[in-house]
Design a protein around this ligand. Structure first.
Ligand code: NAD
Length: 403
């Protein structure tokens, strides 16, 4: 699989070429400001103590406190956390929120942990990084295999809700956070639909990944009477040219645990899903899914990257050559971190916003970000990824503290 961090560096280099002054500052963006690598000691239920490698990487805080999730996964490593931390700085800057970028992780397989042990990893993470986290320093959130439960534990450990976002509503979480990534992606797509020549009456959608981001996006499409022709999960995909009954897909997946055998649809592979004829292809699963190998066979008109890092730079060039518009992750999925910022803002001000207030603010932020990125794409006659990186660089440089 292509190296995720190297791919980020290539994306950055391609945007820096747009502006010589920015190029001179490239080191500021290629190297995280702080890399914290520590060891968590976990006392297992059987009395044994094990050591777990743990990371917090703080990429850039010129726009505000570092912001980014904590991942629990056996494959967590420094390079992956660096890539994710770097992307967060660009994402918060594109979204125009006063936050920077960071990310954390613990190299552990949560499937091997009891509930108590997993809670303990979260608590120990808070204790281990107590000196570098804080409401005005660095504000984590959930990521792969972490949820509101772990965030509630970290907030309790610090005694302040604003130290993390993605908490349960009872512990200071925000309404609308669970649907924010997909909803934000929808607002970006809607803001650009005329420029993309997408007719909502006729365009179709294929979604890779039927989890939080992908399944919520499918629901939003249904609400807007947009046909979802294919979805997939890690095991398989399903396709129906006339459109899937998304509510029935949810019920089927809930009762059987997968999409295999869903009635009234054709079974397809994940590879086939990516190559379907459709209006909008939505990668919402893993990184590095669209590469130079399969990009020549992609037939969608638009790719909306709800996943982080699903397209390699080599694939970007092939897609651009074919006239396929890629709406990049740092714009397309920035709705999640935007509502995370709203949660932090509510906690800092001791306020509680209604779902309608959150949604209205999210819409405004995402539409504004989409229009701004499009304007730079036109100005530089480039693709949306370079334009989005440019917007983010421009904003970070303008916020750079003067020492
Ligand atoms: P999730 O765990 O809820 O869902 C992931 C989905 O991908 C599941 O349906 C899973 O079965 C599927 N999947 C796993 N391996 C696959 C494979 N090999 N092929 C096809 N499908 C596969 O995760 P999520 O929160 O929906 O996140 C999905 C992507 O969106 C990730 O890249 C994540 O970083 C990104 N993202 C999520 C958020 C958020 O708020 N949830 C925010 C920004 C970015």
């Amino acid at each position: 699989m292509p190296n995720f961090y190297q791919n980020f560096l290539k994306q950055l280099d391609r945007a820096l070429v747009l502006d010589q002054d920015m190029q001179k500052q490239s080191d500021d963006f290629k190297t995280p400001q702080q890399i914290w690598e520590r060891t968590i000691l976990l006392k297992k239920d059987n009395g044994e103590t094990i050591e777990l490698p743990a990371f917090r990487i703080q990429h850039n805080n010129w726009c505000g406190p570092y912001k980014g999730g904590i991942r629990f996964h056996p494959d967590v490593n420094k390079d992956e956390v660096k890539a994710l931390a770097s992307l967060m700085s660009f994402k918060t800057a594109v979204a125009g929120i006063p936050m920077g970028g960071g990310k954390g992780g613990v190299a552990v397989d949560p499937k091997t942990l009891s509930v108590r042990e997993k809670d303990e990893v979260a608590r120990e993470y808070a204790r281990t990084f107590r000196d570098v986290l804080g409401p005005t320093k660095d504000v984590p959130a959930p990521d792969v295999n972490t949820t509101s439960r772990e965030m509630d534990i970290i907030a309790e450990e610090f005694g302040h809700p604003a130290v993390v976002t993605g908490k349960s509503i009872e512990h200071g979480g925000s309404l609308g956070r669970d649907t924010a990534t997909a909803q934000g992606g929808w607002y970006v797509l809607s803001a650009l639909k005329e420029k993309l020549f997408l007719d909502p009456e006729t365009f179709t959608v294929a979604i890779q990944g039927f989890g939080n981001a992908g399944a919520t996006f499918a629901d939003i499409c249904v609400r807007h009477e947009v046909r979802v022709v294919a979805v997939s999960d890690s095991k398989s995909g399903i396709y129906a040219e006339a459109g899937l009954d998304v509510a029935a897909v949810h019920a089927y997946k809930e009762s059987t645990g997968s999409l295999v055998g869903f009635p009234g649809a054709q079974q397809i592979t994940n590879a086939e899903l990516l190559e379907l004829e459709c209006g909008v292809l939505v990668p919402a699963a893993l990184e590095s899914q669209i590469t130079e190998e399969n990009a020549p066979r992609i037939k969608a008109k638009v790719i909306l990257e709800l996943a982080n890092g699903p397209t390699t730079v080599e694939a970007d060039d092939i897609l651009f050559g074919k006239g396929i518009v890629v709406i990049p992750d740092i714009l397309a999925n920035a709705g999640g971190v935007t509502v995370s910022y709203f949660e932090w803002d509510q906690n800092m001000k001791s306020e509680k916003w209604t779902a309608e207030q959150v949604d209205e603010k999210l819409k405004t932020h995402m539409e504004e970000a989409a229009r701004r990125v499009w304007a730079f794409k036109e100005q530089f006659k480039t693709d949306l990824r370079r334009a989005a990186f440019y917007v983010a660089l421009d904003r970070m440089i303008a916020s750079k503290p003067i020492h």
